[in-house]
Design a protein around this ligand. Structure first.
Ligand SMILES: [Zn+2]
Length: 94
């Protein structure tokens, strides 16, 4: 099946892959990452016991470039460090 461009509900950018948030919005990688970090619940470690369930992104992986602002990257690195994992892995398995 051919990939079609879809529109992000947040920034209205047209992208090939959208990520669905917990509340059902379809966002581009940028918006999803920002949204995810904003709603990150540091006290909830339950996903660690069940990593498969925590995986939101599509099963196929491919290299993507996403632009994050430096504050988000710092926050991601800090939170990844608390989980004792590389921050790229942390972002891949939200
Ligand atoms: Zn977006």
């Amino acid at each position: 099946m051919k990939n079609k461009l879809k529109q992000c509900e947040e920034c209205t950018e047209k992208v090939y892959e959208l990520y669905e948030t917990d509340d059902g919005r379809q966002l581009c990688g940028d918006c999803f990452a920002s949204d995810y970090l904003e709603n990150f619940d540091e006290s909830d470690d339950s996903w660690l016991d069940n990593p498969e369930e925590a995986k939101v992104v599509t099963p196929e992986t491919k290299p993507v470039t996403i632009r994050l602002n430096v504050i988000d990257i710092q926050r991601a690195k800090k939170k990844a460090a608390e989980k004792n994992m590389p921050y790229q892995t942390f972002l891949k398995n939200p």
